[in-house]
Design a protein around this ligand. Sequence first.
Ligand code: M1P
Length: 254
Amino acid sequence: MAASEFTYKEQPETLVLFDVDGTLTPARLTISDEVRDTLKKLRQKVCIGFVGGSDLSKQLEQLGPTVLDDFDFAFSENGLTAYRLGNELASQSFINWIGEEEYNKLAKFILKYLSELDLPKRRGTFLEFRNGMINVSPIGRNASTEERNEYEKYDKEHQIRAKFVEALKKEFSHLALTFSIGGQISFDVFPTGWDKTYCLQHVKGDGFKEIHFFGDKTFKGGNDFEIYTDDRTIGHSVNSPDDTVRILTEVFNL
Ligand code: M1P
């Protein structure tokens, strides 16, 4: 049975979850009025939530300052930071899981590897420490949109991130870590299983009969793959926010 807070909706037992970058917004940019209006209409019919790899501060920038009110569920860092109707839910942390000693070794290895890379440009924030993961960026998270696009091309050609991930996998094979290249300039590191399927445990108690997931990185190795292929979800693969709007309009008769 649907939770009482959702019974005003036409289909309170349906949840639709969205990836952020490439699905609701262009990579690292803001949501358009068209997507916002579509989500408003959709929310009258079903429950909606986002599940992003980034931390909440990025989603506040991209989806707007009222993001916690605009979605029934807000999942940052794959659900390691989680909100239901604006209230924060209990969660775990990466540092508690890995421990200071192993994290030190990991951070030292990463910083050394980064310092030895030949790159045309470097900006700032190469290692970002988050609640549920760390994020590693060879160019640095302060890169502008133009610098991001340049780096992405360079990375495709030189496989910087792919080689980095291979080196980390080799060095830290004793830890159950997953390395996920989800965006343009970085990769995420988190305990295996703490991918986007992690957020599904937060909606278990709400009695959903159907959970849809929309994402763009649904291919093997992409950070939407696990939740897109999970038995608990109906997956929709999209190639842009426009594509998301098109499919939503069709599937939910908006
Ligand atoms: O949401 C996808 C990814 O978005 C960002 O990636 P990048 O900065 O490389 O484009 C990051 O926040 C990353 O953690 C996240 O998985």
